[in-house]
Design a protein around this ligand. Structure first.
Ligand SMILES: Cc1ncc(C[n+]2csc(CCOP(=O)(O)OP(=O)(O)O)c2C)c(N)n1
Length: 382
């Protein structure tokens, strides 16, 4: 007899037929239809708080684009259009939970409470993450695809071994699902029933590679079946649906129910980064189709209809976002002061003999070049 029996239809771990949606593109409430779980729509006060994060996220995306053009940032992968995924990922976690973001998830990092000037240090070409991951329980933003998923699973494994009830949420893109690390992370998480939620932001492209060339699966969420974890599909531009579905996945993980994966259907409205020209691989007409589905206008309409958002509230939220953007501008206008000895400072608790030797060599070089500069300056004065 095989070791595993095949579960009946109920337990097949399949996602709902359509991505879960709770607020439609016009801001109207969508009634439950055909969902496998009884997801609960967040109340409007929570949605208003989420809306404030969305407005800030959009403002930060715009500001970062401007800072790139001014040469203050080396590169910026914008999440314009994906802000609802970013904000929901941070909002569903408690203070003891962990977030594992990618290069595109700066807005999620900020929504979790990390200081914007600190968070942008890495993208500025300064080094280290710019923030202490322990402070807000936010791992460094990973550039190598899917590596953060393994780190997230390791963190969840440690939490389980220590008997903690914290949950880990790991983000990745659709392209990252083709990496070997993705497979290893999901398999390990499911076998050890770890408290981890995988949120895949399916924004239709991995740089120029469309989803159709990335997978032949019916949806990315269907991949959960192969690992033995439930998968769910959600409208990634609908903050209400994201909060409900991710919140339920987090509750399940915290309650010992094991990992799950959520595929959020969204769209990358801008180029991959400022170094990419998206017009070379997709049409303006395709991009235009996603404009009416924008996560901010949709939630804004919903909250206005509910009587929670008028011109005054909108102005207050915009002013708060503007002041954070101004702080980011000021912070990134300050020159970076680099200490070359930092190269040796943060990797090993006890540096190896080779590193000590190299550090001494560097110290000697720096002292000599400082001396040469003084001599030159004195020479110039004579
Ligand atoms: C291991 C690895 N291979 C290749 C790259 C180069 N690369 C950077 S971003 C990217 C596309 C990723 O697409 P996706 O996972 O869908 O995320 P998105 O950028 O759309 O958020 C690639 C191939 C990388 N960073 N790491």
């Amino acid at each position: 007899m095989p070791q595993n029996t095949i579960p009946d239809g109920e337990a097949l771990l399949l996602p709902s037929g359509e991505p879960i949606q709770m607020i439609d593109a016009d801001g109207g409430a969508v009634e439950q239809g055909g969902w496998k779980e009884p997801y609960v729509r967040p109340d409007d006060a929570r949605l208003l708080s989420g809306y404030e994060h969305l407005v800030l996220g959009r403002r930060i995306n715009d500001q970062a684009g401007a800072l790139v053009r001014q040469g203050r940032l080396a590169v910026y992968p914008s999440s314009h259009g994906q802000e609802a995924c970013q904000v929901a990922a941070a909002m569903v976690l408690g203070s003891e939970d962990w977030l594992f973001p990618t290069y595109r998830d700066t807005v999620a990092v900020l929504a979790r409470g990390v200081d914007p000037v600190a968070a942008f240090q890495m993208l500025r070409g300064s080094w280290h993450a710019g923030y202490n991951p322990m402070e807000h329980k936010v791992a460094t933003q990973a550039t190598p695809l899917a590596t953060q998923l393994l780190h997230a699973v390791g963190m969840a494994h440690a939490a389980k071994l220590k008997g903690e009830d914290s949950v880990v949420l790991a983000l990745c893109g659709d392209g990252a699902t083709s990496e070997g690390d993705f497979h290893e992370a999901l398999n390990f998480a499911a076998v050890y029933r770890l408290p981890v939620v995988f949120l895949i932001q399916n924004n239709e492209f991995a740089i120029s590679v469309p989803l159709s060339q990335q997978t032949a699966a019916p949806s990315l969420a269907h991949k959960g079946i192969g690992y033995g974890m439930p998968g769910e599909r959600v409208d990634g531009n609908d903050l209400a649906a994201l909060l409900a579905v991710l919140g339920s996945a987090v509750d399940r993980a915290r309650g010992g129910g094991g990992p799950s994966m959520v595929e959020a259907h969204t769209y990358r409205m801008q180029s991959h980064t400022n170094a990419d020209d998206a017009t070379r691989y997709r049409s303006d007409a395709e991009v235009a189709q996603w404009v009416p589905r924008d996560p901010l206008t949709r939630l804004g309409r919903h909250l206005a209809a509910a009587g929670l958002l008028d011109e005054d509230v909108e102005a207050r939220i915009a002013a708060a976002a503007e002041s954070v953007a101004a702080r980011l501008r000021d912070g990134l206008n300050a020159e970076v002061e680099v200490d070359p000895q930092d190269l040796f400072a943060f990797v090993y608790t006890e540096p190896t003999p080779q590193l000590r030797e190299q550090s001494a060599f560097l110290a000697d070089e720096l002292a000599r070049s400082a001396g040469a500069t003084i001599e030159n300056a004195e020479g110039g004065l004579r």
